[in-house]
Design a protein around this ligand. Sequence first.
Ligand SMILES: [Zn+2]
Length: 262
Amino acid sequence: MMEREEEKEVVGVSVLHGGMIITMDEEQRVYRDGGIVVEHDKIKAIGQSADILAEFSDVADSIVDLSGHILLPGFINTHVHSSQQMARGIADDVDLMTWLHERIWPYESNMSEQDSYLSTLLCGIELIHSGVTCFAEAGGQHVSGMARAVGLLGLRACLTQSTMDSGHGLPPSWATRTTHQCIQSQKDNYHKYHNTAQGRIRIWFAIRQIMNSTPRLLIQTRDAATQLNTGIHMHVAEIPHENQLVMDVHKIDHGTVTYLDR
Ligand SMILES: [Zn+2]
């Protein structure tokens, strides 16, 4: 409903001029004094300010002076923990394992669906403020809540559910999850939310980290993502301890990357 109301306010033809435009197109064109014409939600023309103003001023519903501004395509943030937006300050200045086991996982495992929604909403507002138009979630809690927020925010997102099926440090509510449940719940999320929000939401699979994954989870995640033609988001080789553990447990010469490559 809100999106419809917002759509009504979109001006038909907007002319923006006088700014530096970095197109990032195939020719890497940059206009130091550039103009751009936007019709509804599509870019219709781009060029030198003088040319754009001469050709489109008469048909413009709004003309915006961008002097002193730089215009460029939206950024893509490739690693975001939208769940942790509301956790700022609870885990400063501690090593990774303390951070995960004693601070972040107890916090994340107690999040409600509404918490996921609100946290993603706040996170998304900050992303938009930073010029981000698309983000990859590194492993959040309630995908339904995240999807609701992304729908409202207007961002594009590859959403994932934090997934672990073994290992140390898991809060009680996570420790009982079987490999099958981990895979099935992500497949369910895929079928419910993939390509929703006018196609802005993609559902990927997630592996939180190798220290909390059975080999079975790794293989089944790969197979499920391949079958559904979607992506996987995983933390890899975050700290030396992780690589050493992988070398010791799996009897290989190098760390996580080498192990996954096998
Ligand atoms: Zn991360």
